[in-house]
Design a protein around this ligand. Sequence first.
Ligand code: ARG
Ligand code: ZN
Length: 417
Amino acid sequence: LALLLALVPLVLLVAAQADGGKDYTGWRVLRAQPASAEQLRHVEVLVRALGAEGASQLWRWRPATDVLVRGDVADAAMRFLGARGIAANVHVADVGAEIRRERSADAQRRGPRPQDVLRSYLRYDEMNEFMDDLQRRFPHLATVATFGRSYEGRDMKVMQISSGGGGQRPVILIDAGIHAREWIAPAMALYIIQQLVENPSNADLIANVDWHVIPLLNPDGYEYSHTTDRMWRKTRSVTDVPECFGADPNRNFDFYWGVVGVSWDPCKETYAGHEPFSEAESEALAMYGLGLRGRLRLYVAIHSYGGVFIHPWGYSHQKPSDYPKLVALGQEVAGAIRRAGIPRFDVGNCFEMLGELAAGGSDDWMKGVAGANFSYTLEMPVPSFTTPAVHIERYVVPTFEGFRAMGRFVSGVFGCC
Ligand code: ARG
Ligand code: ZN
């Protein structure tokens, strides 16, 4: 028996690799708190050096700096930080184990119907079934439309929720899943759809406003993150480098494209693409937004993670002229989410919230080109990219209070007919 038990970890290891996917066994997430410009430079040096070896990924700079590092270099990285007086701790001890936990929890909780959006992470096909089912049951409220096609040929779908008004009402446009690994974002979008369509107590939110919700903007990347690499972020298009795939669709919009916070290396996570709208997914969303010009009052891109609500601009330190209004609604939304039980949820622009500028994002495009009055990126208040399915509800339900606040605001200020 002892021998058998001793074999269990080995078998698990082999099983993890047998699916042909990228194995994160032993990889750690280190959380550092660089407290000065000098310490920040040291962290940059570390990230660049390990990144060049494919041994690390920078997940974010702020509110704390999270770096994914390969197991065999994790201790040395911690020593490097310690020697320079930089406070750091191990945020996730074994990313591979977290991924396996997430997967088994999902398998156990998976309900018989695709409607169980709080119980498991739906796949691309299941999301489409979920929307088709809602349209069948609520034909007067919910319409599924195809607005584009992904690089690998998947239909990109939007759920249009309207209780009337003949296409004259103001629109709230929401998308999720532009970054493949941010699984909690599509879960949030599906819950929004479900609540607006199925829950009569939310009737006030759709009485004089239309909601267009895109639950999965990057279906190719999302499916790849399920089948092959849990930490995949980008699209899956070919690049000039044969072994490197995809561009960051949120660096690919044609508004100050590439001016800051992007990589020109197709092997990097924030590769901007070889030209603006090189990625079919970004272009499809941009054109959809343009089609709503004149009605587009509020746009929200749902991402994870961080628990922050980001207003434009992402490409510059400059403040938009209506910046006080953006902050005011932002504070209202963040307050609603905090009151619903999320202790920390902050509002600011990209640099203030994440510690870096980044051009070519969907939020900047919707405000700068499509004319959205209000435009935000919402980073879900989860601790990491891996959130076991048992915890979907704990984060998605309180965050919905933020979307209720947005709905009430848009109805009050712009609502019509
Ligand atoms: N984490 C998001 C990203 O990297 C933040 C986007 C904020 N908006 C922006 N235009 N930079 O895409
Ligand atoms: Zn993201």
